[in-house]
Each structure stands twice: as C-alpha cells, then as structure tokens.
Design a protein around this ligand. Structure first.
Ligand SMILES: *Cc1c(COP(=O)(O)O)cnc(C)c1O
Length: 357
C-alpha cells in the first residue's frame, strides 16, 4: 500500500503566526510574517466589507457555475467564460491538470514551486528537472526532446527564486513543443512581473490559441486573499472542459467567491501594494550591497538573499518573532523574504544586520 508515495514529502508551508505565539510566547501583533508571499497590506477593503455583509449567507451553497467571478475575469482578460475554471487556490488547478493527465514524466526547473513535484508524484510520475536552478528554456528543450514529458511546468516568475524569463522566450518555447505535451504557465506573480517589466508580461488571452497551454493565476498574492483559497485556470475550451471533469462540486466557498469578485473591483488597492512592493524591495537590495551579500533579481513580492548559516539565522529571527523562509532544504544557504510593510522591512533588516556583523 502507498508504494508510489514512498519518496513523496509533504509540502513545507511557511510557519504560521500561531506557532511562534505558542513556541516563543510572542504576542501575535508583534510577529512579522514574511514567509508566504502574502499581501502585507491585507485584503482589499472592498472584499472585507462584502464578506461582512454576506456572512448571513453561509448556509447556502454557492452558485456552482461561479458565473459572476468567471464573468469578471473574462472582462479583465478579454476572454470568454468558457475559457476559465475556478479552483480552491490555483494549486487546485495544478492538481486537476496533473491528475487529469496522470503523466509518466513531467519536466520543471531545477528549483521551482514544490507542488508541481508533489502532485506529479501522487500519480507516480517521474520528475525531470533542469540542472539549472532557474528557468533555462534551452535546457528545458533538450530534455523535452530526449524524454518527451507529458507535462512541462513554467513558473513565470519563479517561486522560490524570483527570476522571470521573458514572455517572448516563453512563446518561442511553446511553439516548439508538440501538442501532446501540456505546458502549464504558472502566473502566480504575473501582476508583479508585468508591472516591473513589460517584457515579462504574459497575457492569458495570448495562450488561448495553443491547444496545449494552461495559464494559472491566483488571488493569494497581489490580491491579498491567501486565506480565502481562490485561483483560476485559463485555457482553450477543450482543456477547460476536461479539467472540469475533476472539479468537486462547490469547491469554492460563497465568501471566497464574493471576496474575489470585490477584489477585482479594488484594482487601486492592488496596484498600491505592487508599487510599494518594488519601492520597499530597494531596501533589501541596498542592504545586500552594503553587506556584501548576493541576491537574485526579483520580479515578485519576495527576494532571495544568500546568507551563510541561513538555518541558524532563520531560527534566530524566529525567536525574535520574525518569520522568513530558509532555503537550506533546496541545498543552498539563503533566505527567501517576502517584502513586507515599510516598518516590517526596517525591523527585519535591523535585526538581520545585528546577526551577520
Ligand atoms: C502561491 C503560489 C501558487 C498558488 O497559490 P494558491 O494560494 O493555491 O492560489 C501557485 N504557484 C506559485 C508559484 C505560487 O507561489
């Protein structure tokens, strides 16, 4: 029993605030959580308001067609409702895609989003990774030619490293791949990348003409709704129809649906968070330069700083109520830090300064 899960590790989520409260007795309001790439400015105010107002609808199942949210996304991306599937986080869309195909082989970058590997191993697939830890699409293509994986994951930009391939390169790559291979373009941080550099922008509409490309997006990062578990997949109708066969009924809660619809009306708030993100990221880059640390240029809401003894440093930060992501499990000494609010970043950098000098 469970033979095919033998090498499968469970997903290592960012440490929750509750754990730091329990273990170190630090007050919840004093904890700085910069480990899960959430929006530090909170949920969009319009979403909060709406959820409060419809709390008395909790006894009702949601409209299982998710018509209103699909409609709002269709307008936003200039596509049709039939090109959209809604998931409990875009994670669930990734799960549908992998389980729908049950591939023998999947291909991904050397270091990338852990769930690609986890869902693939659930169905017994062999995991192929490029030697390069970041996305090197030439290397992807060489492995593809030899191994013919049925699914290829491109994380644009990539979590947990933050780098981003140009969209031109992504489309050139897609053109070279046979239609029997599904290419998943994970756009969880596209709002950040396309703001920073138009060369990184992938419009979901542009992938619709390919019969074998699935775009995924989420409300968990720029849209500030991580706790509501809501994301989406966009593709041509044939892909979407097939993914729907895996969707359990009512997979999205009434409150999450309403929050997502309102979040799409609060673009100003979302934009503010994105602008602040890159302003505040400068502090981390300057800190790295001043202290002789390397970092990866980031197109997301987090940054990877190379730091010796990252495990020890992450632990020491945790004892002071600051939660970041240690990268040691990926085989190198670095921290992945979500860009927080100005005062959070200042406190973290001050504390870190004391630990490395
Ligand atoms: C956060 C994230 C997701 C999905 O998050 P959900 O909360 O499930 O929508 C998908 N891909 C990447 C790369 C992510 O970082």
């Amino acid at each position: 029993m469970f033979e095919k899960l033998k090498d499968l590790k469970t997903y290592e989520a960012g440490k929750p605030i509750e754990l730091v409260v329990r273990e170190f007795g630090i007050k919840p309001e004093e904890i700085i959580k910069l480990a899960s790439n959430e929006n530090p400015y909170g949920p969009p105010p319009k979403a909060i308001e709406k959820v409060k107002n419809i709390a008395n609808q909790m006894h009702r199942y949601p409209d299982d067609s998710f018509f209103e949210l699909k409609d709002a996304l269709s307008v936003k991306f200039d596509i049709k409702n039939s090109n959209v599937i809604i998931g409990a986080g875009s994670d669930q869309i990734l799960e549908f895609a992998v389980h729908a195909i049950a591939p023998k082989k999947v291909l991904m970058a050397g270091i990338t989003f852990a769930m690609y590997e986890i869902y693939s191993k659930q169905v017994g697939a062999e995991i192929l990774k490029t030697k390069s830890i970041t996305h090197n699409l030439n290397e992807f293509y060489e492995i593809y030619k030899q191994q013919k994986p049925e699914i290829i994951f491109l994380c644009v930009p990539n979590n947990p490293l933050g780098e981003c391939v140009d969209s031109k390169e992504v489309f050139e790559f897609i053109e070279k791949i046979d239609q029997n291979t599904l290419i998943v373009v994970d756009g969880a941080y596209q709002e950040f990348a396309s703001y920073k550099d138009k060369n990184k922008e992938i419009k979901p509409k542009d992938i619709l003409k390919y019969p074998n490309v699935l775009y995924t997006g989420t409300f968990s990062k720029a849209y500030g709704l991580g706790g509501m578990r809501i994301g989406y997949g966009i593709a041509n109708e044939f892909i979407i129809q097939n993914l729907h066969k895996l969707r359990p009924p009512f997979n999205i809660t009434t409150l999450s649906l309403a929050a997502a619809i309102e979040a799409l009306k609060d673009e100003e708030f979302v934009k503010m968070g994105i602008v602040k993100n890159f302003e505040e990221m400068e502090k981390y880059k300057n800190f790295a330069k001043e202290n002789g640390l390397d970092y990866i240029d980031s197109y997301t809401n987090f940054i990877v700083l190379y730091i010796k003894n990252s495990t020890k440093i992450a632990e020491n930060l945790l004892k002071k109520g600051i939660i970041v992501r240690n990268m040691a499990s990926y085989g190198f000494e670095a921290l992945r830090i979500t860009i927080g609010k100005p005062e959070e970043n200042d406190k973290l950098l001050n504390t870190l300064k004391g630990m490395i000098s």
